[in-house]
Design a protein around this ligand. Structure first.
Ligand code: ATR
Length: 275
């Protein structure tokens, strides 16, 4: 019998995770099945229990289930503790559930390995202070940037994150309008504004020369934020498909102890150009 894995979320029908994991499995010769299961928050606990009871080995969780997965896990990795969210559950030999969060490492691998950026000494701005931001602040601070700004509409949420991440490094909290006068080498959009085609109200002139814009969201068409970045003169303005594939590769490694090669998967999924 094939070892069984799944991604759970709501909605889930557009998830690329089954295609990504099936390609990893083919490439590495791992005998697994991977399906997408639509699960509403109120039935998450039951769905997880049934899946593992029936012999399942691991689950990826996406919006809006990552915080519930955090609560459901019996043990958490350090990075999952900081993120307050879990995107990867693994059934351990004793039947307990390990919760990890591979979003941050997925982003860092895409930025540093795939796109060739070096973050040390750079000025970085993260937009948004929700769950997506929590998943990426740890590794960004560990990369030793010159500064890491966190801008959000609701300033209190950014201030809360500043306190949570203080043990890992300093965050400069700001409203969008108070960013005026600063320049950044890298701007990462971790708001959910792209989902409704909006861009946070950023002041003009905040892109340094050779600045890069990165949207954690991805879609077939360029997102509103990646369009904004190009219009404002970023040398590179891309969506989060690379991060999605890299976080999946990390999850695959946690489950199977085999590292897939992500490049052919990026190329195959993205034959129409990377957004
Ligand atoms: P996620 O888990 O995807 O991060 P979330 O926790 O609901 O989702 O957080 C959404 C983030 O996007 C928040 O930072 C939100 O700003 P507020 O905290 O001020 O609500 C931000 N956001 C959503 N729509 C936005 C918009 N149109 N402009 C600016 N920020 C937006």
């Amino acid at each position: 019998m094939l070892d069984r894995y799944a991604v759970m979320g709501f909605p889930i029908s557009h998830s690329l995770s089954p295609v990504i994991h099936q390609q990893f499995a083919e490439q590495t010769g791992q005998k697994i099945s991977y399906e997408a299961i639509e699960v509403r928050p109120e039935s998450f606990d039951q769905a997880v229990e049934e899946f593992f009871h029936a012999g399942g080995q691991g689950i990826n969780c996406t919006v809006p289930l990552k915080e519930l997965a955090f609560k459901k896990a019996d043990q958490l990795t350090e990075r999952a503790k900081f993120s307050g969210a879990v995107n990867t559950l693994k059934r351990m030999e004793d039947g307990s559930l390990l919760g990890d969060n591979t979003d941050g490492i997925g982003l860092m691998t895409d930025l540093c390995k795939n796109l060739g950026l070096s973050l040390a000494g750079k000025r970085i701005l993260v937009l948004g202070a929700g769950g997506a931001t929590r998943g990426i602040l740890g590794p960004l601070l560990e990369a030793r940037p010159e500064c890491l700004f966190l801008a959000n509409r609701t300033i209190e949420k950014a201030q809360k994150l500043k306190a949570v991440f203080a043990p890992l490094g300093a965050l400069d909290v700001s409203t969008y309008e108070d960013l005026l006068g600063n320049k950044f080498d890298l701007i990462i959009n971790a708001t959910s504004a792209s989902l409704s085609g909006d861009v946070p109200p950023l002041p003009n002139g905040i892109l340094a020369k050779q600045a890069v814009c990165y949207d954690l969201a991805y879609s077939k068409k360029p997102t509103a934020f990646t369009v904004w970045g190009k219009e404002k003169g970023a040398v590179l303005s891309v969506g989060g498909l690379g991060m999605l594939i890299e976080q999946a590769a990390q999850a695959f490694y946690i489950w199977r102890s085999v590292r897939p090669d992500t490049k052919p998967v990026v190329n195959k999924i993205n034959t129409a150009g990377r957004h």
